[in-house]
Ligand binder design. Sequence first.
Ligand code: KIV
Ligand code: ZN
Length: 499
Amino acid sequence: MAKDRVYIFDTTLRDGEQVPGCQLNTIEKIEIAKALEDLGVDVIEAGFPISSPGDFNSVVEISKAVTEPVICALTRAVKKDIEVAAESLKFAKRPRIHTGIGTSYYHIYHKLNSNPEEIIKRGAEAVAYAKSFVEDVEFYAEDAGRAENKYLAQVVEAMINAGATVINIPDTTGYTLPDEYGKKIKYLVDHVPNIDKAILSTHCHNDLGMATANTMSGVINGARQVEVTINGIGERAGNTSLEEIAMIMKSRKHLNLTSNINSKKIYKTSRLVSTLMRMPVQPNKAIVGRNAFAHSSGIHQDGVLKRRENYEIINPKSVGINESSILLTARSGRAALKHRLGNLGYTFSKAGLDSIYDEFLKLADSKKEIIDEDLKMLAGASARDIKRNLHLDQLQVVCGKGTVPVATVSLVWEGDCYTATSEGNGPVDAAINAVKSILKKKVRIEEFLIQAITRGSDDMGKVHMQLEHKSVVYYGFSASTDIITASVEAFIDAMSQIV
Ligand code: KIV
Ligand code: ZN
């Protein structure tokens, strides 16, 4: 059976941009509009042109830059708004004017100082006026979530008669429950005689955290357009997030719904919006949050490594994320450690893994998360113990204020012991000069990083070194409470791969 197409109306650049501190300039808006086009959205709400010259200009420029999606401009049910919106859309290949008025008791009496009949008249006049400029007119019944269904049905019928092709039923205050919102849409489908002449649209806000659930309930009950934003940004607690709706429709196949979204571009678009709007995505945000595909408990990690579907309902690749991440923490098991070491190119026998796991747990107890560099350090230490042909036997340094730093180094190299003494501009430089004088290899230090593993002056220091030799880069690691020793060992670790 053919799937039902749901149109994706993206309002990141209008409702999303209303978020304090998230304002964008025209260039940034064009970049986002192009990304939305690439993502496959059907409609881009590009702005509210009467609100400012900047918004007007953005709608003009987006209309020029984007060809595929419908470009929509928001207005109030006010003639001047509609004229300005029409003017801003003059370059749009497929223009839409989105006009509307409040329909709840609060809006009718306490915002607009009006009455229900007057609202219908003003709304219908606005729709008809918009229709004199563009064919495609959408009407929003503001605060429809709290409007009485019987009255809402009269409003919708009148707006369709006036020429509206899409009817938006906003839950402006994010008040409804999924069941209520779904019933509202169903009521309109069942009671508006001309409903087949328009598409019903959802526009849900997230004040009670139910925007996505309400939107899906609306769609299940007959809405065929959803108004959404990337990362769920928008007024107050935000709007329904595009990525959640797109992935619900893609992963819950029995709903028999489809959209034009190329889900592989979701993550990229999310990052772009977050960066340009300087609005971080919460780590546990569904689909695009940093932790959305991260597994940290040992049981989950083991399960995911056995088969991804054990703990993942979406393949991260399908939203453009390379792979799930297995976070290594003190709660991780051997399976996760082995997997990550394997990714880094290390393999260990069972006994080897047991010993590195003990070290790993000690380190994990003192750090929130073990990163690859820590693992290389742990694996490097273990590997060195097993198979190194070169190691530091003794190190003595003389340094301090008013003295020339001098180091004496003894190395064991393929079973033989070598000793040398050198000066340097500091104790590490002196010791490295001594090692170089023994090994006689021309190398250049490309990176030399000393980090405290935890805190406190008695802590381990971790040293990471990168050497370049004949255009090849070699990595060395070590850790010790003595950072001079750790630095020399990291250097020797890298050198051991060269000699
Ligand atoms: O939330 C809302 O009601 C709106 C309308 C202007 C569509 O954003
Ligand atoms: Zn809104």
